[in-house]
Design a protein around this ligand. Structure first.
Ligand code: ATP
Length: 515
C-alpha cells in the first residue's frame, strides 16, 4: 500500500511527465479520454529507446530469435481459439454507496498486500535492532508475529485462486465480506454481486451493416506470433529452440484504469514466444526468468526494486508462471509476465484452422507441436518504472536543491545539451559545429537562453546526461566543458575528442554488454 510519501512522489511523476513533454492526457483540450495517453516530444524518444533496447537484446543478441510485425486486426476465429472470447474476463464488483467499480481480485490482493507490508515493517525494525548479523530470511520464517502477518497475506490469495478456478463468483463476494473489505471511497461494505466482464474491444469490418464482420482489437500481441509460427519457422529455416519477438499495440477495456500509464485501455506490449521441445519447457522457463532479470538489472534501476512473484493461480494454458514485479510509487506491481504456455495455443489454432502447426525434429525423426515459453512486458509500464525511479529531488552541498531525472543514458531522449555561454563572440557558431559533428550518432539539443546555471537545471530535469558548454577559452584551447548530470562534475575535453568521449557512455550497444 502506498503511504503519503509515495503518493507525493507519484503526483510529482505525473506533473513532471507533463511539464517536460513526456506524457500528455489524450485529447486534453476536450478534457481528455480516460486511461488513454499521448507521448510528447521527449516521451516518444524514451519510449522508442526502451523498445529498441528490448528489441536488440532479443533479436540482435540471440541468433535464434527473430522478429515480426503482425497486424492489429486478426481473423475473429483467432480469439475463439485463444480462449479470449470465452475467458478473457475480469471479475468486477460495485460499491452501491460510492458507485465505484473495482476488480474483485484486486480488492483481495490489496488487502493481502497490507499484511505483507506489516510483515516487512517488522523485519525492517528487527534489522535495525540486530545490526549486521541480522538474517532477514530466517526472521521471516521464525518470528511468530511476522509469520502471522504473512499467513494472513497468503491465505486469502490462495482461496481466491481456488474460487476463480471454480468460477465461484458468489464465493468471491463472500470472501470479500468475510475479510470485511471496505470501499476505499465510501468506507462501506455495501457490495453488489461479482460479475464477469470481457475486456476485448469489438469493432466492425465492412461497408454495410448486414455484411460486416465482427472483429476485435487485439488484447495481446502474442496471437500474431502463434498464427505466424509456421511461416517464420519455414521461411527462416528455424530449428527448435527458437523465438519470435514482436512489439505493438494492444487494447483492453480495463474496468479500473487509474494509476496513469500503468493501466491503460490502449498500450504497447513487447512479447517473445520461445518454442521448445516438449518436456524441456520448465528448464527454459528458468533460463528466461534469469535472462529477463539480467536485462532489467543492466539498466541500473536497483535490483532491490524488482522481485519475482510466482502465480498461485495458473491460467488454464500454463504449467508455470511468474511476474517480475517492480517497486512503482504505489508499491510492488506486475511489470512483466513470464509464462510456460505448454502447447495450448498452437494446438488450439491447429484445431480451429485445420492446419498443422508442428515442427519436424530431424534428431528425433518425428513431428511435434512445440511447447512455448512467453516473456511479455508492457512498454508503457517499463516507461513508468524507469521514469518514476529516475525522478529524484536532491539537496546539494551548498544547501540548494535540484530536480534531476537520472534516466539510463542509453535511453535518455537527448544525450547532450550544447550550451554557448553567451549568444555572441562566435560561441553559437562553435556550438553549431559541435552539433553537426554529434547529430549523426545521437540526439543533441541547442540551448542559449538564460544563465548557464538555469540551463544546467533544465537539462537535469529533462534527463539529459551531458551538458557541453562553449566558453571564451574554447576559441583558444579548442576544448569545451562537459558536465555530468548525475555527479555534476565537469571536465575539459578537446572538441576533437568529444564524440569519442560521449559515445561509449550513451550508446545502447555499450549498455547491452552489461546484460
Ligand atoms: P494485470 O494483472 O496488471 O492486468 P495482466 O497479467 O493482465 O496484467 P498480461 O496479460 O500478462 O498482463 O500482459 C503482459 C504485460 O502487458 C503486463 O505485464 C503489463 O506490463 C502489460 N499490460 C497489461 N495490461 C496493461 C494495461 N492495461 N496497460 C498497460 N500495460 C498493460
Amino acid at each position: 500500500m502506498a503511504n503519503n510519501n509515495d503518493t507525493d512522489q507519484f503526483k510529482k511523476v505525473l506533473s513532471h511527465a507533463k511539464e517536460y513533454g513526456y506524457v500528455f492526457q489524450s485529447s486534453e483540450i476536450y478534457d481528455g479520454l480516460q486511461a488513454v495517453y499521448d507521448y510528447g516530444q521527449n516521451g516518444v524518444e524514451l519510449k522508442k529507446n526502451i523498445r529498441e533496447y528490448w528489441w536488440q537484446a532479443m533479436t540482435q543478441l540471440n541468433q535464434e530469435i527473430v522478429g515480426i510485425d503482425a497486424a492489429i486486426f486478426m481473423h475473429p476465429t483467432t480469439w475463439k481459439a485463444s480462449g479470449h472470447v470465452d475467458a478473457f474476463n475480469d471479475p468486477l464488483i460495485d460499491n452501491k454507496d460510492s458507485k465505484k467499480r473495482y476488480r474483485a481480485d484486486v480488492l483481495i490482493e490489496d488487502y493481502c498486500e497490507k499484511y505483507v507490508q506489516k510483515a516487512e515493517k517488522e523485519v525492517a525494525k528487527a534489522a535495525k535492532r540486530f545490526g549486521d548479523d541480522f538474517d532477514a530470511v530466517m526472521y521471516r520464517e521464525t518470528n511468530p508475529r511476522v509469520m502471522g502477518y504473512l499467513q494472513k497475506a497468503k491465505e486469502p490469495v490462495e482461496r481466491l485462486a481456488r474460487l476463480l478456478e471454480a468460477e465461484d463468483l458468489a464465493g468471491v463476494k463472500a470472501l470479500i465480506e468475510e475479510l470485511e473489505i471496505k470501499c476505499p471511497v465510501s468506507g462501506s461494505m455495501n457490495w453488489t454481486d461479482v460479475r464477469q466482464f470481457n475486456l476485448m474491444f469489438g469493432t466492425k469490418l465492412g461497408a454495410s451493416a448486414d455484411t460486416a464482420t465482427d472483429l476485435y482489437l487485439r488484447p495481446e500481441t502474442a496471437q500474431g506470433i502463434f498464427v505466424n509460427f509456421l511461416n517464420v519457422q519455414k521461411t527462416g529455416r528455424m530449428k527448435i529452440p527458437f523465438g519470435i519477438a514482436q512489439t505493438g499495440k494492444a487494447f483492453r477495456n480495463e474496468i479500473v484504469a487509474r494509476q496513469f500509464i500503468f493501466r491503460q485501455r490502449e498500450f504497447e506490449q513487447m512479447e517473445m514466444q520461445y518454442f521448445v521441445k516438449p518436456g524441456t519447457e520448465l528448464e527454459w522457463f528458468e533460463v528466461w526468468k534469469e535472462r529477463r532479470m539480467a536485462w532489467h538489472n543492466s539498466l541500473g534501476l536497483g535490483s532491490e526494486n524488482y522481485r519475482f512473484h510466482d502465480h498461485e493461480k495458473l491460467a488454464h494454458y500454463a504449467n508455470a508462471a511468474t511476474d517480475i514485479e517492480f517497486k512503482f510509487p504505489f508499491g510492488f506491481k506486475e511489470l512483466e509476465g513470464i509464462h510456460s504456455r505448454t502447447d495450448f495455443d498452437l494446438k488450439a489454432h491447429e484445431e480451429h484452422s485445420g492446419k498443422k502447426l508442428q515442427f519436424f525434429d530431424h534428431e528425433e525423426n518425428k513431428n511435434y507441436v512445440p511447447y512455448v515459453i512467453e516473456t511479455s512486458i508492457g512498454l508503457d509500464r517499463m516507461f513508468l518504472a524507469i521514469f518514476s525511479n529516475s525522478l529524484q529531488d536532491e539537496t546539494l552541498e551548498d544547501g540548494s536543491s535540484r530536480t534531476v531525472l537520472k534516466l539510463p543514458a542509453a535511453l535518455a531522449p537527448v544525450k547532450a545539451a550544447i550550451l554557448p555561454l553567451l549568444k555572441k563572440d562566435g560561441l553559437p557558431e562553435i556550438a553549431h559545429e559541435i552539433i553537426n559533428e554529434l547529430k549523426w550518432s545521437m540526439n543533441v539539443l541547442y540551448d542559449e537562453k538564460d544563465a548557464i546555471g538555469r540551463r544546467y537545471r533544465r537539462a537535469d530535469a529533462n534527463g539529459t546526461p551531458y551538458c557541453i558548454t562553449i566558453d571564451h577559452d574554447t576559441k583558444d584551447d579548442h576544448a569545451v566543458t562537459v558536465r555530468d548530470r548525475d555527479t555534476m562534475t565537469q571536465e575539459r575535453i578537446a572538441i576533437k575528442d568529444l564524440k569519442a568521449y560521449i559515445e561509449p557512455k550513451v550508446q545502447m550497444s555499450e549498455w547491452l554488454k552489461r546484460i
